[in-house]
Design a protein around this ligand. Structure first.
Ligand SMILES: [Ca+2]
Length: 509
């Protein structure tokens, strides 16, 4: 990766070649109004940490808690097993179920047993719902497993033969009692199948079916108010379309809204937030990747695209968003009740995200997970666990309030066709600094062309700024100001987050 370094004077000429800005996509709120924000703990002062509680899982993909009074967690493993964990006895050696004989795991990294959902009556019905890629051809499959009879019934299957990636695989019961299932776009890169924008295929969709009943010849029913039941040629199971690889989604247990982590191509990872009961949305792919038009994407005149509420660039270390859950537990209710938590498979950044009360969303980076987290799950009480892929661990997640020890106030000016940014960094901690490193990401397409009061390095889209000799010492309460000019290809937004000597800073408003 190119590594660039500037310590010289302003390079005006470089600014003249910058392209005109792209129009920013409007962020239409698609979810219910949030609770008042006045007494909330600021997101940057929340910290997330994890404690490993079990090991030896084989490529775990999902965590689900049965509401049957047993205190157990069920954990899916890609080869086709469900393992059982209990905080008192650990991970049981014997799996709850084993369907490895029907699961196609070996033909692709993203294939296997991917999702699990339990119906509200699990304690009595003993039914589990599974999403997996099936032998012999990798078809993405929804099945019911009757635990008391050890019997597997396939309910719905979508061929997925061309490519082995982007199988989706999340299953969750919604607040309406229907079962929702995500399926990826059929794989490959850059939407070669042109499936997500078509309504005659289940690829690139989130489906909604009623598995409590059967509507012969189907072993399930299509809810009468699904959005496309009366659209000629459309698959009636479709709830949302225009998705790429919605690996994990969840429902807020209080307001019933849906949060989707849709894995991006190469430029934007995204999170979508949709109000309870709102279906039929076009979430953009492959006309859009995140908020940005996708080059050679599948766009159609007259379509309304629903933009994500949060995006981040994998250029700053991420690769695949791992959608999580809205925290609704009791233990940390005052700290982060109503806050959505997600992470990234590669960067392991913990994101906290919530509506800001003004139609937008506030976000902060509140910690690091262990490497390769694939899923976040909750106990019946709403407390969080995570599993990670090849390490095969189960981790309990804890949250705490930790006042930031730094604050960054940003000023941004247009400068030619570029952006001039000044950052005033205040030591809000109790310890004097003697030397500092400020790290922050730039929006995709931004390139620093000059800097002052610092020694600044750009590596891909991550900036590392270190002190000059004259501003190395920063007493508690004192500040220093640095600045830079960046060229950009459209996104002129300032850096969204900072760490000072490794600690996350608050952002001044
Ligand atoms: Ca999208």
């Amino acid at each position: 990766m190119p590594r660039r370094r500037w310590t010289g004077p302003l390079l005006l000429a470089l600014l003249l070649t910058v392209l005109a800005p792209l129009p920013a996509a409007a962020r239409q709120p698609t979810a219910a109004p949030p609770a008042p924000t006045a007494d909330r703990v600021p997101l940057p002062s929340i910290s997330a940490t994890t404690t490993q509680v079990a090991s030896g899982l084989r490529r775990p993909t999902a965590i689900v808690a049965p509401d049957d009074g047993t205190g157990r967690l069920f954990i899916t493993e890609k080869p086709g097993r469900i393992r059982v964990y209990h905080p008192d006895t650990g991970l049981a050696a014997t799996p709850l179920i084993d369907i490895t004989s029907v699961v196609d795991e070996s033909s692709g990294n993203e294939r296997g047993l991917l999702g699990l959902a339990l119906p509200a009556d699990f304690a009595t019905s003993q039914d589990l719902y599974l999403a997996y890629t099936a032998l012999p051809d990798g078809a993405v499959t929804l099945a019911r497993y009757r635990l008391d009879e050890s019997r597997l019934e396939v309910l719905l299957s979508q061929p997925h033969t061309e490519f082995n990636n982007h199988n989706g695989g999340q299953l969750a019961f919604g607040p309406d009692g229907n079962l929702y299932w995500s399926i990826g776009d059929g794989g490959g890169a850059a939407d070669p199948l042109r499936a997500p924008q078509r309504l005659d295929t289940l690829l690139g969709k989130i489906l909604r079916v009623d598995v409590r009943r059967a509507c012969a010849p189907l072993p399930y029913c299509v809810p009468a108010d699904n959005p496309f039941v009366n659209t000629p040629g459309a698959r009636p199971e479709i709830w949302h379309y225009g998705l790429r690889n919605p690996w994990r989604f969840s429902f807020d247990s209080v307001d019933g809204s849906m949060w989707i982590g849709d894995v991006g191509q190469g430029r934007w990872e995204e999170i979508d937030h949709i109000a309870r009961g709102r279906g039929g949305l076009n979430l953009g792919w492959s006309c859009y990747e995140g908020l940005e038009k996708f080059a050679d994407g599948d766009c159609h005149a007259g379509e309304t695209y629903t933009p994500p509420v949060f995006t981040y660039s994998p250029y700053t270390g991420g690769c695949s968003v791992i959608g999580g859950h809205v925290y609704r537990g009791q233990r940390n209710a005052a700290l982060l009740g109503g806050t959505y938590i997600a992470t990234d498979y590669c960067s392991s950044t913990v994101w906290a995200l919530r509506p800001d009360g003004n139609g937008g969303y506030e976000q902060a980076e509140i910690g690091q997970t262990p490497t390769q987290v694939t899923a976040i799950g909750t106990t019946v009480e709403g407390e969080f666990y995570m599993v990670n892929d090849l390490p095969g661990g189960l981790h309990r997640v804890s949250f705490a309030q930790e006042a930031p020890t730094c604050r960054v106030d940003r000023t941004v000016e247009r400068w030619g066709t570029g952006t001039k940014v000044e950052l005033t960094v205040t030591n809000t901690g109790t310890t004097a600094l003697n030397g500092w490193t400020l790290k922050f990401p730039l929006a995709l397409g931004q390139t620093v062309v000059s800097d002052w009061n610092t020694d600044l390095t750009q590596l891909s889209n991550t900036i590392t700024a270190t002190n000059a000799s004259y501003n190395a010492a920063v007493a508690p309460g004192a500040s220093f100001t640095i600045g830079y000019v960046a060229s950009h290809t459209g996104d002129a937004s300032p850096p969204p987050r900072f760490t000072l000597n490794g600690d996350a800073c608050a952002i001044g408003r």
